[in-house]
Design a protein around this ligand. Structure first.
Ligand code: PLP
Length: 377
């Protein structure tokens, strides 16, 4: 059986978790959390990187930091995970979905401007499969209309757009360290803050609405309830798991990229024969091998392919049901313009197994089976 995903594990996780336990520091913001945050700050150049309990929570923090209020509108693609929308719906915002580009499955940057109304407050580009959205265009629109940009870079950790790290281009960036992502801590994420003057409010929101971070730095002599907030800081046990992964970040990246390249190479002839489509990576984007997907002709062919692969012991999956067609999507949002690609392309998409430690022979076996499926049609 070839699983779709196996959580990344490098071998040092237990050691670091044991160190956190021995240090009698298992709640949040201990040494491991600091090490992970510093690692990302050095790596990304973001003003501040705060570990959070999930990418969902990082996005909720961003929505709070943008002061999203009931009635505000937020523009995003419909082809994304529910958390991208829920973080803003929780603040009372209305979600305005626009169509995706069929080549990258990212928001179509050319459709954003006409979806803007006087109520629009933010744009949320989702870097699907770790391939960047057209950020220059998006940032230009945001500046002209004075909108916040929150990058959903859940899948884009270590990816780049024109030499800039994803998550550092907008006002805020959100990372995920869920077990299905490139680097994991079980459940967890990070908020990247790209303006120094937003850090203090973020610290307060993350620490239950208290100014405890300032207190720990010795800047005030007692801490108190300062503003609204919640508990968005992860346990040291989870941060210790992530620290093991970050020490092996290059290995994890190389291993995933190797699998990704075998898929791309082996499936090229099927694309040339116009049986399937392969992912497209624009020249200005450096991706992180988060995902390998192919597109079948239509929904029926995809269903047959997934079932054929299942019979061959291969777990291939699809996502997402477009949010605007879901019950909550209808309640909390609207689709601006025409859904030309979102539904049609989402119904064609199949994700193939890809995880740290997947063997070359297994990738080749998956490719062989896909070839076999198309030979018999
Ligand atoms: C995984 C993912 C999330 C949610 O991440 P969690 O850490 O599980 O909250 C949000 N957006 C996208 C695009 C994702 O892929």
């Amino acid at each position: 059986m070839i699983n779709f995903n196996v959580p990344p594990y490098v071998g040092e996780e237990e050691n670091y978790i044991a160190q956190a336990i021995a240090a009698r520091k298992i709640s949040g913001d201990g040494e491991f959390t600091k090490k992970c945050s510093k690692w990302f700050e050095a790596r990304t150049g973001a003003c501040k990187v705060m570990l959070t309990t999930s990418c969902t929570h990082a996005t909720e923090m961003a929505a709070l930091l943008c002061h999203i209020k009931p009635g505000d509108e937020v523009i995003m693609p419909s082809f994304t995970f529910v958390s991208t929308a829920n973080a803003f719906v929780l603040r009372g915002a209305r979600v305005v979905f626009v169509d995706v580009r069929p080549d990258t499955m990212n928001i179509d940057e050319n459709l954003i401007e006409c979806a803007i109304t006087p109520k629009t407050k933010a744009i949320v580009p989702v870097h699907y499969a770790g391939v960047a959205c057209e950020m220059d265009t998006i940032m230009d629109i945001a500046h002209r209309y004075n909108l916040s940009v929150i990058e959903d870079a859940a899948q884009g950790v270590e990816s780049k757009y024109k030499d800039r790290v994803l998550g550092t281009i907008g006002d805020y960036g959100c990372y995920s360290f869920h077990e299905t992502k490139n680097y994991s801590m079980g459940e967890g994420g990070a908020l990247l803050i790209n303006h120094a003057d937003r850090i203090e409010e973020a610290e307060i929101i993350r620490e239950k609405g208290t100014n405890r971070s300032k207190f720990f730095r010795g800047q005030i002599d007692k801490y108190t309830w300062a503003d609204h907030g919640s508990s968005y800081l992860p346990s040291e046990l989870n941060a210790a798991y992530l620290w093991a992964q970050l020490n092996k970040a290059q290995d994890i990246y190389d291993d995933r990229m190797n699998s990704w390249k075998i898929y791309a190479q082996s499936l090229k002839t099927l694309e040339e024969k116009e049986c399937i489509s392969l992912p497209y990576v624009p020249e200005e984007c450096v991706h992180n091998a988060h995902m390998f997907y192919i597109k079948a002709r239509d929904l029926q062919e995809r269903t047959e392919l997934i079932s054929f692969l299942k019979d061959a012991g291969i777990s291939a999956v699809f996502h997402y049901i477009p949010l605007h067609s879901a019950p909550a999507g209808k309640r909390y949002g609207r689709f601006h313009g025409e859904d030309v690609f979102t539904t049609r392309e989402s119904e064609r998409l199949v994700r193939l197994p890809l995880y740290y430690g997947l063997k070359c022979s297994e990738v080749e076996y998956v490719c062989d089976k896909i070839q076999e499926f198309y030979e018999n049609r």
